[in-house]
Design a protein around this ligand. Structure first.
Ligand SMILES: Cc1noc(C)c1-c1cc(NS(=O)(=O)c2ccccc2)cc(C(=O)O)c1
Length: 130
């Protein structure tokens, strides 16, 4: 009902504010768009569930997320995929792994300090009821 719609609208506003901050951070530029098959031909043979910040924004707008936990699962895919695809001990792989770790720490810190526990609980209850 209306109260649920108000809660989910507030969730979308919160998730857009988080996602925008991540997209503006130049450390995370490589994570803003899907990995380009042409540039990285073997990417999809290694990474089974590609994800990026633009795709996450589309999913926010398509109302695909009912809880912060579902959004966080997608952002965790972004940095986990980067660690998995770039394991080598060379400067390029080390730099993208460093950025992946920064993405993980940044998104978890924002959510820890800005998300109210009972707001997420309310979203989980809406999800359960659907
Ligand atoms: C993410 C990710 N996971 O594995 C890799 C490798 C990356 C990644 C993806 C991109 N974006 S891209 O696939 O469109 C591209 C690759 C090569 C040249 C130009 C563009 C850029 C970078 C980067 O370091 O700049 C890294």
């Amino acid at each position: 009902e209306q109260q649920e719609e108000d809660t989910l609208r507030e969730l979308r506003l919160f998730l857009r504010s988080v996602n925008d901050r991540l997209m503006q951070d130049r450390r995370f530029k490589a994570f803003t768009k899907p990995v380009d098959k042409e540039q990285v031909p073997d990417y999809h043979s290694v990474v089974k569930q590609p994800m990026d910040l633009s795709t996450a924004l589309s999913k926010i707008d398509q109302q695909k997320y009912t809880t912060v936990r579902e959004y966080l699962h997608d952002i965790d895919l972004i940095w986990k995929n980067a660690l998995e695809y770039n394991p080598e001990d060379d400067p390029y792989d080390r730099q993208i792994r460093h950025r992946a770790c920064a993405l993980k720490d940044t998104v978890h810190a924002i959510i820890k300090y800005e998300l109210e526990k009972d707001f997420e609980r309310t979203c989980e209850q809406i999800k359960e009821a659907r």
